[in-house]
Design a protein around this ligand. Sequence first.
Ligand SMILES: NC(=O)c1ccc[n+]([C@@H]2O[C@H](COP(=O)([O-])OP(=O)(O)OC[C@H]3O[C@@H](n4cnc5c(N)ncnc54)[C@H](OP(=O)(O)O)[C@@H]3O)[C@@H](O)[C@H]2O)c1
Length: 381
Amino acid sequence: MWLTLRTVCLRSQTICRGRFAAALLKCTRHSHANVSHFSHSAGRSARSCKALVYRNYGDPARVIKLEDLVLPSIGAKDVLVKVLAAPINPSDINMIQGTYAILPDLPAVGGNEGVAQVIEVGSQVKSLKTGDWVIPRDAGLGTWRTEAVLAEDDVISLPNDVPLLSAATLGVNPCTAYRMLCDFEDLKPGDSVIQNAANSGVGQAVIQIAAARGINTINVIRDRPEFTQLSDRLKSIGASHVIKEEALRRPEIKELFKTLSRPKLALNGVGGKSATELLRHLQIGGSMVTYGGMSKQPVTVPVSALIFKDVKVRGFWVTQWKRDHSRDGRAFRAMLDELCTLIQQGRLTAPACTEVGLQDCLKALDTSMQPFTSTKQVIIM
Ligand SMILES: NC(=O)c1ccc[n+]([C@@H]2O[C@H](COP(=O)([O-])OP(=O)(O)OC[C@H]3O[C@@H](n4cnc5c(N)ncnc54)[C@H](OP(=O)(O)O)[C@@H]3O)[C@@H](O)[C@H]2O)c1
């Protein structure tokens, strides 16, 4: 089956009516991203690529298929890129399941993140040259494919001396961690942050960026047979303390705060009871920022936390941040530069990753949805 690559219209779910206009705008901006039109008559000479395509929303293992796509010709403001590596993130899974806040028109190519190398540029391209490494500027690009023709503005360059896995996993989780550490509380060296899902991609970036700034992290993970190994691994990348979910509820936790300031900031990627426990340990006036809901349970805020501690309960979505800052790209550029400097200094490493080939992606999709894996599946093209 041959498909031609044309447009993506990211459409919001009904819960997100306000984003519909922004989503429509993307149809024109992401002129070549993702897939929406089929062609059965493409000539044999047309350039093609392999891609992981879905035509219906549903269980990723059932709806994702490896297919050949015909690439469009390269316009004056386009670039042809070879995708090098792309991770499988929870939001990619939710998009395929049809449960995410933004959804592509179908058929679509999976994947929102990854690193690619520019192999050809259109005649009017100014900001990129052959050989540059690039990552998507926004969600919805469909990165699980070997090649793509993209608008110059769809991507932003990275230094190409950054390790491959760091580059492939930079645009979503480290950016989320960075923004949450910068934008909600004025954190100073010696301050503390508490987070759950500390072994997640976001969590590992939080640990490292905080450590580089002298900020202590209290890292909560679920218990497992290999708790000690995981705890040691998180400490080796800079975690100040690693504790089990259950320990958060025990009186002994008070001992911790004899030597450590109470957290100004709590980062919640889980929801449910785990989030409520984080809130209990916040200092007066502190903030809890919810960025994920891995337990699929709502966040319950104890009345006492609001009345007696005046905690702030906030949320963060990196896609919205990128869209809010898309007109003036300087804030995104500055953040990527700072993160790449940390990578080059060895202070920000990629999360633990398992590299998989395109052919093995169905198994990798399944693995990515299993609990207690503690490793990010990354497709190497
Ligand atoms: N808002 C944003 O802008 C933004 C940006 C990036 C990511 N996210 C969200 O952040 C979350 C983490 O993403 P990621 O890429 O860092 O994930 P990841 O590397 O795939 O790790 C998943 C994490 O979720 C935990 N987890 C899975 N099921 C759980 C459950 N039922 N209860 C408690 N913990 C559970 C895992 O812990 P175990 O090892 O114990 O299974 C692991 O720590 C996702 O919800 C993602 O959509 C949001």
